[in-house]
Design a protein around this ligand. Sequence first.
Ligand code: NAG
Ligand code: NAG
Ligand code: NAG
Ligand code: NAG
Length: 465
Amino acid sequence: MVVGRTSPSVTRVVVLLAAMLLLLSMLSPSCRVSAARLDIGAARRREKQQQLHPVILIPGAGGNQLEARLTDEYNPCSLACRVWPVVRGRGGWFRLWFDPSVLVAPLTRCFAERMMLYYDRTTDDYNNAPGVETRVSDFGSTSTLRYLDPNLKLLTGYMNVLATTLEKEAGYEEGHDLFGAPYDFRYGLAGPGHPSRVGSAYLERLRKLVESACAANGGKPAILVAHSLGGLYALQMLARSPAPWRAAHVKRLVTLSAPWGGSVQEMLTFASGNTLGVPFVDASIIRDEQRTAESNLWLLPAPRVFGNTTLVVSRYHNRSYSAKNVTQFLRDIGFAEGVEPYRERIRPLVESLPEPGVPVTCLVGTGVDTVESLVYGEEGFEAGPEEVVYGDGDGTVNLASLVGPIEAWSDSPEQVVEVVELPKVSHSGILKDKSALDQILRVLDAINLNATSNSVYSSSQDVLY
Ligand SMILES: *[C@@H]1O[C@H](CO)[C@@H](O)[C@H](O)[C@H]1NC(C)=O
Ligand SMILES: *[C@@H]1O[C@H](CO)[C@@H](O)[C@H](O)[C@H]1NC(C)=O
Ligand SMILES: *[C@@H]1O[C@H](CO)[C@@H](O)[C@H](O)[C@H]1NC(C)=O
Ligand SMILES: CC(=O)N[C@H]1CO[C@H](CO)[C@@H](O)[C@@H]1O
């Protein structure tokens, strides 16, 4: 364990820092794929005797792009928010996430009020802010997954390195056997008996995409490659589909950094907001927005993984909180509105982790300092943590959450689970790290070349460059 100062990162705000770093590094050579690699891809494509199993990429939270449109019902908090953005597309649509203007102080508030979700008790479901319509564009394509901002193609974005590697080194082709399944990452899913209009519609859309990808590729079942929150969605889609459907349509689920049991860092997000130390962004504004996202409740540490372990201490309240005390924690940080949806919708959802019912490969980064517990002082939660204790994980998700829950699946004889640990690979670094990309190519090759593998657990120390 390492004791130190507050460390960065929240899945959703991760992109803020990424944007800044990318802006700074725009002039330096990017991860261009070399000419030699291009030749391998071309040769593979020529030699392609048979069709490949189609691949569907499912991004993590911050890797999705959202568009918004404002209607007459919209009640802006300021004049700036009434007129911003000045330039809007056909039908009034503009980019809501990710848009770098969020870094400009007066506009952070516009961003936050448009991003906020509202829990409606009467319908027991989440909605957008009044007067704000949102949409996920280019569903089915990997285009929005590849660039932070599609208008700035100079930026090597979220899943671009991965998608490009699949094209250049495994012979995949966009729109033919390579697809993307973006979603509105603010919404989540709920336990049995509770509606999730937006989340459930996404699962249905994903199912249809899987079916059409199979149909377009000679009936070959698809390989789902999902990052972070995308892994939780993919798992729920599979678990909520009939076994014959899974067998016919999905060959394997490959997850990258999936937070199966949530992460302690989410408690920091709820208590203090998390701007990753990016200047100009007001943490309290971002925090209030982050609290309303149902997906953030979903990512709070799950009791079945974290048990009684003390995760947060508040000296002001003279209390300590484990994953079993999340409702008390939400009250004490001043977010009582979150208690009911958490207790009714999220708790039952995270109580158990269903088996996917298709073979799974889980790639996880380890050995990166990850928030393990937080101590808040006499000043209370507003003042930020006095002490942050770090433990093992991928920098965002704790090791216990990355591997613990899926180990239970290995007890089931029909469930094939392969866990690959990637030392020193961070939560989002897994999308670019060579050792991770090599593992993904290995899995795809094994399937496409019809090789068999009996390994149930492997460690990839040997493939680290
Ligand atoms: C958690 O607390 C309960 C009751 O306080 C106790 O019975 C149980 O043994 C504890 N579990 C662990 C893992 O410490
Ligand atoms: C904090 O709680 C402990 C045990 O519950 C108690 O002994 C102590 O007096 C409390 N301190 C304050 C300041 O309330
Ligand atoms: C946390 O949960 C445990 C077990 O349910 C309980 O004994 C304890 O009083 C709770 N603590 C707080 C601060 O709510
Ligand atoms: C690992 C794998 O996919 N093996 C398959 C190879 O092809 C034969 C015949 O089509 C299948 O029966 C195997 O399952």
